[in-house]
Design a protein around this ligand. Sequence first.
Ligand SMILES: Cc1cc2nc3c(=O)[nH]c(=O)nc-3n(C[C@H](O)[C@H](O)[C@H](O)COP(=O)(O)OP(=O)(O)OC[C@H]3O[C@@H](n4cnc5c(N)ncnc54)[C@H](O)[C@@H]3O)c2cc1C
Length: 360
Amino acid sequence: MKSATTVSSSKGASSKETPGSDVTNDTPRDSAPEDVYDITIIGAGPVGLYGAFFAGLRGARVKVIEALPEVGGALKALYPEKYIYDIAGFPKVMAKEYVQMAYRQAATSDASFALGRRVRDLRRRDDGIIELHTKRDIHYSRTVIISCGMGAFMPRRLDVPNVRELEGKGVHYSVRNFEQFRDKRVVIVGGGDSAFDYALALDPLAASVDLIHRSASFAAHEDSVEKVKRSNVTLHYPYWETKAVHGDSKVEAITAVQTQTGAEKYFPTDAILFNIGFLANLGPIKNWGVRISRNTILVDDFMRTNIEGVYAAGDIVTHRGKINLITTGCGEIAIAVNHAKTYLDPKAKLSPGHSSHMKR
Ligand SMILES: Cc1cc2nc3c(=O)[nH]c(=O)nc-3n(C[C@H](O)[C@H](O)[C@H](O)COP(=O)(O)OP(=O)(O)OC[C@H]3O[C@@H](n4cnc5c(N)ncnc54)[C@H](O)[C@@H]3O)c2cc1C
């Protein structure tokens, strides 16, 4: 990982690029003690980026703190080259391109970005200022929005022979670069959206794609399932499970078993893509005093946590209508920002009005 970096979106990085790879400045712009921001967003995934933009619309001074050296969250870390089809207004957009646009939008807010800094502790002082502690510095804010996604990106792993040993040698959990699978035989394990998205993306370029699924039905969008059924991808379901992965220095094959009949299939393959979900790993967030249920933060209708001035949005939260999507997370953080605004200034209107009416 690169060293920690703080940049102002409007000064430290080109507004056409996502910050991180091109940024080498290691001197925090805001190293003055008690430089208190109006809104500090923890996590620069798609939700945090949209929150930064919205905070700017509401005239708030905003900072984004991100553990990784680049912005984009799951989209950059797990599926930069996958197409996303369910963003309002975009028939399809590649994840890394979406992140670029989201960063450009966030940059209009003149947000300050502190990259490569994992927030370890959150403390609300008696005077209402919230301190965010990282390994190397403390950030100060009147309000905080937690948009940390699942925390760290920890893939769920199968406990079958050779899986761990061959990680990085043909066993994958996400795809950063589809080209690496060109003309390769690929087996995908899983039945959710990610598995089907990857199957559709790999179908045109891989030598073969087999998808193994252990249930009778799929959790993926119905439309994706139909498209895969019409593609060259071979589906092995229901009740097919991974029994073993084979290979010494690299993946050579996988054995699957039909758990109802005991029948086994041996697939020679070059790569296996396990898509059986990610484990939430909240890490330090568990000790911040926010109410947690099943590895997510409980919020009310205003996206407030139980700590005054602390809000949360995106994959990290749970509420009655929760759905983990970029679109819904962006809606949640818009709600959080507007309520943070009225918390900061009780005379402010809750409704932001239309963006075209707002002074940028
Ligand atoms: C393979 C796959 C495909 C998907 N496809 C789609 C799709 O097509 N459409 C769709 O709508 N959704 C899709 N999703 C879901 C979507 O990616 C998530 O809903 C979205 O990323 C949530 O955004 P977020 O900003 O809440 O969290 P994330 O994207 O997870 O970002 C959270 C950020 O917070 C940072 N962070 C965590 N802890 C700390 C800390 N303590 N201090 C500082 N920073 C921290 C992380 O490093 C990360 O960058 C997909 C997910 C996967 C895994």
